[in-house]
Design a binder for this molecule. Structure first.
Ligand SMILES: Cc1cc2nc3c(=O)[nH]c(=O)nc-3n(C[C@H](O)[C@H](O)[C@H](O)COP(=O)(O)OP(=O)(O)OC[C@H]3O[C@@H](n4cnc5c(N)ncnc54)[C@H](O)[C@@H]3O)c2cc1C
Length: 418
């Protein structure tokens, strides 16, 4: 099979790329290959809206409407740069003119856990359906991890009436990301809602018992018996296709300012792009290269990569008026819901930076700034709405700020309807 544009991956970055290509090139053939058997869908509702009764059909991104051929349930196994061809696990291969790697990330497995259907490293729609099936009334769940996914899925399960225990090595939920006082307040809120929080604990060993439960032994010798165990301990980028093809990777596919991948050691330009969770990009304002694993990034980077692929091809073909791809410069925002608290944020939330906290109601409503040499690298808007653009400008501005400059700077929009 031949196609003008080949997209590997079936997530939100892939969907955004397809739609941007179609806008820029109404004619060119597009093929999307995804290992998942579902067409691209929105991933954030898997730990939020779907547990609150939202309709599963609403998460479908309707990618096929952009006149794309979707090859679902198929895995790309090898990229051959010289032949411009990708091999699939069904023995076929596809030749391309432009390729996008939108392979995202997979849930990091936690060694020592039994290979059991009751243990789920949470990432996909199939994982959601499976956990939902196990989360019957009266079920006991253990959530391992106190970061983004762990804290969201623990809240979702608790709201569904399940008995939930959380286990993680840090001192509190969100430690390392939220200032200590806020992390403590969030943890107390979870406890007040009936979540058993086992902070500062790790799982020493675990085994499945009689096909009906999993017994976890913690590092202090205590035991937890669970009907289901949900693991949310970070991700691993799916960058093997790029690495094995001789492209530059470093915990993600290294892309340039136009989201184009590069050969290891440099050399001539390749017709390969990467976007979303798998792409490692040098962010303006943050002064570092990193992967950003959030929805707004998947959409904005996917769209920018799609546009860049179409423009670079038009330029190569000498089409009249074809402009070169622009440099990608959208610093994404991200968000999370923790029971009835919520936040939006941009940049780096890392408590190793210098923190300036500006609370209107301590632990409930305010703004946290994360600074490096006085420059704002990250902003956490806690129950504070309508300030994402202003926060982004502060980060991109790159000026040094004294803490008192920042206090009172980003008031909440009182008209927000959460
Ligand atoms: C439960 C959950 C909740 C989240 N909530 C939020 C939130 O509240 N806010 C927020 O900002 N972000 C959230 N995120 C993060 C956000 O969903 C991700 O950043 C986003 O999904 C990344 O999109 P992507 O397209 O880059 O990668 P992915 O969504 O990981 O998609 C990659 C796709 O590629 C496929 N694939 C991988 N390798 C191959 C291969 N070799 N061949 C074929 N197909 C392949 C995968 O199966 C998958 O379908 C959440 C993530 C999860 C899992």
């Amino acid at each position: 099979m031949d196609t003008r544009y080949l997209i590997i991956g079936g997530g939100m970055a892939a969907d955004a790329a397809v739609k941007a290509i179609r806008r820029a090139d109404p004619e060119g053939s597009i093929v999307l290959v995804s290992e998942e058997r579902h067409p691209p869908y929105k991933r954030p509702p898997l730990s939020k809206g779907l547990w609150k009764g939202d309709d599963e059909a609403k998460i479908d991104l309707k990618t096929a409407a952009a006149a794309t051929r979707l090859l679902l349930g198929k895995r790309a196994t090898r990229l051959d740069l010289a032949d411009r061809r990708v091999a699939l696990d069904d023995g076929t291969s596809i030749a391309f003119e432009r390729l996008l790697l939108a392979t995202g990330a997979r849930a990091r497995p936690l060694p020592g856990l039994p290979d059991s259907p009751r243990v789920v490293a949470y990432r996909t729609l199939d994982d959601y359906r499976h956990v939902r099936e196990l989360a019957r009334p009266g079920a006991k769940a253990v959530v391992i991890g106190g970061g983004f996914i762990g804290s969201e899925i623990a809240a979702a399960l608790r709201l569904a009436g399940i008995e939930v225990a959380m286990v993680f090595p840090e001192a509190a939920i969100g430690s390392g990301r939220f200032p200590d006082g806020l992390a403590r307040a969030v943890t107390q809120d979870y406890q007040g809602r009936g979540v058993r929080v086992l902070a500062g604990r790790t799982v020493a060993s675990a085994e499945e018992r009689d096909d009906s439960s999993v017994v976890l032994t913690l590092d202090d010798g205590s035991e937890l018996v669970a009907d289901l165990v949900v693991v949310g301990v970070g991700t691993v980028p799916n960058d093997e296709l790029a690495r094995d093809a001789g492209l530059a990777t470093d915990r993600g596919v290294l892309v340039d300012a136009t989201l184009r991948a590069q050969r290891l050691g440099g050399g001539e330009a390749v017709p390969v792009y990467a976007a979303g969770d798998v792409a490692s990009f040098a962010w303006p304002g943050l002064e570092r290269r990193m992967r950003i694993e959030h929805e707004d990034n998947a959409y904005s980077m996917g769209a920018a990569a799609g546009r860049a692929m179409a423009l670079s091809l038009a330029q190569e073909r000498g089409l009249a008026g074809a402009a070169g791809p622009r440099h990608h410069d959208h610093l994404p925002f991200f968000y999370s819901d923790l029971f009835d608290a919520g936040y939006e944020a941009v940049g780096l939330l890392d408590t190793r930076l210098d923190l300036v906290e500006d609370w209107r109601v301590p632990g409930r409503e305010g703004v946290v700034y994360y600074l490096e040499d006085g420059r704002v690298r990250g902003v956490l808007l806690w129950n504070t709405w309508g300030q994402v653009d202003a926060a982004r400008e502060l980060v991109l501005g790159g000026q040094a700020h004294a803490p008192e400059d920042l206090l009172g700077r980003l008031p909440t929009d009182d008209h927000h309807d959460p």
